[in-house]
Design a protein around this ligand. Structure first.
Ligand code: CS2
Length: 490
């Protein structure tokens, strides 16, 4: 039974036959598109679209989503051929399932740019959300728009036919201004601190090249609330397709799976019309920075730790790295002694408890999150997740040791990619692989070489002698430990 509108109607007539599967409770056909989402990965569908679906189920409204993928034709075809419908499998001791109807249309930017821009300009589009990963913000190490980025270079010359997400926002906002249409609210949903603020800055910087007046208008009238997003969502694979088929006899070619936990905190600074997310569990806060900071350092920081050191120890998934007692012992010590003390976020949260909940989420064996997926883009993730807490600890005179081990693990991971001739997934892969190709396995020389790659270590920490000495010591321990990297964690 192929998932599509007709099948859904039949299922809605007999909901009792699907006791563990939530179906849309509203009339999809009469629901118009009010949201454009740029970056239609699994995470958007498992998280923001899930919350929008809750709003539609409970309050209705024209909050259908037009999902834009930059170039994933296969996904667009799969979703469009099932009328935008897809299932979410929430993986827990008892799984639960849901069919989401919020996604009404999927466009591929590289093929359908005119349609994408028309959707973005339409007065009915009130909110534009975005998940394009950290690198999609096209920022350099100083948080400024990266003018050497190929997409930005292209957009500077061809703003009417942009290739970057930043360019799409500028082009469509320019058109809205021109036509006297109120702007949309831009909701950034990627794992970087002050994501909304950074995106706004990038958009304004690019807009300035076209018109100072446009840049001022964006500055004054477009809201870019920052957000903290959380729900562990592995990349979709055939196992999800199989699972939905086994459970319900449904052929869904684009399901997503995630843990059952989910959280979304949005900066309480939105003046335009957006869905009633506050009524369906989304927290609106004036301290979103505190939530982001805490989650990025604990959850994402520990994730990257598991990714690099876990891969050195030959683990494949987060949950199997969590079965490695030496590695988890290290994880607890790291979070208690060096990450939690680095966090200054008055959230009224007990950080030890919060970290324990996160660690137990990592143990969920049904969430098959590849360590390699987390290990990608280290040159962008490590500064936020590891260099920043190192700096804060050093500034406050606190001891740093295990955080250096994380950096050393990352360097060793890249070195092994070179030795094994494996692909390194990072926007700066060529540069990083070329540095490690010059390594001679003398820790002090290799680490000094690596840490002096321009703009890799943020300015505030570049050349720091404690960092260099600490990472050298940890790297040398990895070299001595050979194929038992756990020995370097003592
Ligand atoms: C992960 C995140 O891949 C990664 O870098 O750390 O995607 C993580 O799973 C999410 O932020 C969880 O909310």
């Amino acid at each position: 039974m192929q998932l599509n509108n007709n099948t859904l109607k039949k299922m809605q007539q007999n909901p009792a036959e699907y006791p563990n599967l939530d179906l849309p409770q509203y009339d999809r056909e009469s629901t118009e598109i009010g949201i454009v989402h740029i970056g239609l990965g699994a995470f958007h569908r498992s998280h923001q679209a899930y919350y929008v679906e809750k709003v539609l189920n409970e309050y209705g409204g024209n909050w259908g989503i037009c999902g834009v993928t930059m170039r994933n034709r296969e996904l667009a075809e799969a979703l469009n051929s099932q009328d935008g419908l897809y299932s979410i499998a929430k993986m827990d001791i008892e799984n639960s399932y849901q069919i989401v109807g919020a996604l009404k249309e999927v466009l591929v930017a590289q093929d359908d740019l005119a349609k994408v821009l028309a959707r973005l300009v339409a007065p009915t589009t009130k909110m534009v959300s975005i998940t394009v990963t950290e690198k999609g913000y096209c920022l350099n190490a100083d948080g400024q728009l990266d003018l050497s980025n190929d997409l930005i270079k292209h957009d500077l010359e061809n703003l009417a036919a942009p290739k970057s997400s930043v360019g799409m926002l500028v082009a469509s906002l320019a058109e809205r201004k021109e036509q006297g249409i109120a702007p949309f609210t831009v909701v950034a949903c990627d794992n970087l601190p002050a994501n909304g603020k950074k995106l706004k800055q990038a958009v304004i910087q690019l807009a300035k090249y076209s018109s100072a007046e446009l840049a001022d208008w964006i500055e004054d009238s477009v809201d870019f609330p920052s957000t903290m997003v959380d729900s562990i969502t592995p990349k979709s694979d055939d196992s999800a397709i199989k699972l939905i088929n086994e459970q319900f006899g449904l052929d869904d070619n684009a399901p997503v799976q995630r843990e059952s936990f989910t959280q979304w905190v949005i900066e309480d600074s939105v003046s335009g019309e957006i869905p009633a997310l506050d009524k369906v569990g989304v927290i609106f806060s004036d301290n979103v920075a505190g939530f982001e900071h805490t989650k990025l350092r604990i959850l994402n920081g520990l994730h990257s730790t598991l990714a690099y050191i876990g891969r050195l120890a030959q683990h494949n998934y987060v949950f199997d790295a969590m079965e490695d007692v030496k590695l988890t012992r290290f994880l607890y010590r790291l979070v208690d002694q060096e990450i939690i003390p680095s966090i200054d976020a008055p959230l009224g949260l007990n950080l030890t408890e919060y970290s324990r909940q996160i660690i137990s989420r990592f143990e969920n064996p049904k969430v098959r999150y590849h360590l390699e997926q987390i290990a990608c883009d280290g040159s962008i993730k490590i500064p936020v997740r590891t260099f920043e807490p190192i700096f804060d600890n050093l500034q406050s005179g606190r001891l740093v040791s295990d955080l250096y081990t994380v950096v050393a693990g990352w360097i060793r991971f890249i070195r092994l990619k070179h030795i094994n001739q494996d692909q390194l997934n990072d926007p700066r892969a060529d540069e990083l692989l070329s540095v490690v190709s010059e390594f001679t396995d003398e820790a002090d020389r290799d680490v000094a070489l690596f840490l002096s790659v321009p703009n890799l270590v943020p300015d505030y920490l570049a050349g720091n002698s404690a960092l260099i000495a600490g990472v050298t010591k940890a790297y040398s321990a990895f070299l001595s430990a050979g194929d038992q990297p756990q020995l370097a964690l003592a």
